[in-house]
Design a protein around this ligand. Structure first.
Ligand code: ADP
Ligand code: MG
Length: 209
């Protein structure tokens, strides 16, 4: 993994968010203020504009560069949270392509989001996708799973847990202002996180990267 591969992952995530933009907008209109997809696409466009600099870096500095851009462009609640994800991953970023080391880096990123947002699972947020994915990633890596097995398993974990946010009561972020009325809608941050995870896994699986 290096800046070039990271950029191809960002491109894959960006394409998927664009494809599902209307749906994510509707989800945030239902239980938030509707800006989640606008915030994310603003960040993705800024990352695309930074392409040459990201591609020139090794993995950890490329993640840090992307994190700083995300913080300055995304805004909302999710900007600082995605910044924490990327910087948390950068701190633990592996030098080699070992599955266990990647699992550790991903889990470190998710931990950093949890610390920043002071949230675990069950609050109807992106954490309801990120935590189970990090846990399954770690468990698979510890069990010696291959890269292809991991890339196949994680999108399913992400999707199941994204769907499970529909029946949850929101207790964090803007959606929590709705109380019981937040039930019955999928959390927009859970959906965008799940889509990005699925897109990156599909890209890496097909790429053999
Ligand atoms: P805002 O709510 O400020 O408009 P966004 O619309 O960009 O920000 O992001 C909303 C998403 O952020 C939610 O759908 C939820 O997944 C996530 N979120 C909000 N608060 C938290 C938190 N404390 N921890 C983790 N995720 C959160
Ligand atoms: Mg919003």
């Amino acid at each position: 993994m290096n800046g070039k591969t990271l950029m191809t992952c960002i491109d894959a995530a960006h394409a998927s968010l664009k494809e599902h933009a209307d749906e994510i907008a509707s989800l945030d209109q239902a239980i938030g203020d509707g800006d989640h997809i606008i915030n994310l696409l603003r960040g993705m466009d800024a990352l695309a504009a930074l392409r040459a600099s990201i591609e020139a870096e090794a993995f950890a500095p490329a993640l840090k560069l992307a994190a700083a851009k995300v913080l300055s462009t995304v805004g909302g609640s999710s900007g600082p949270l995605f910044f924490s994800m990327l910087t948390g991953m950068a701190k633990a970023a592996p030098d080699d392509d070992d599955v266990k080391a990647f699992a550790r880096a991903f889990a470190a990123g998710v931990d950093a989001v949890g610390q920043r947002g002071k949230t675990g699972t069950g609050s109807k947020t992106m954490m309801d996708v990120l935590i189970p994915v990090a846990e399954r990633f770690t468990a698979l890596a510890d069990a010696g799973a291959s890269k292809q097995d991991v890339l196949e398993a994680l999108p399913r974990v992400a999707e199941d847990n994204m769907l499970a946010t529909r029946d949850m009561l929101a207790t964090k972020g803007r959606a929590s202002f709705l109380g019981e009325r937040s039930r019955g809608h999928i959390d927009p941050g859970a959906r965008s996180s799940q889509l990005m995870i699925a897109a990156v896994c599909a890209h890496l699986a097909q790429d053999g990267a």
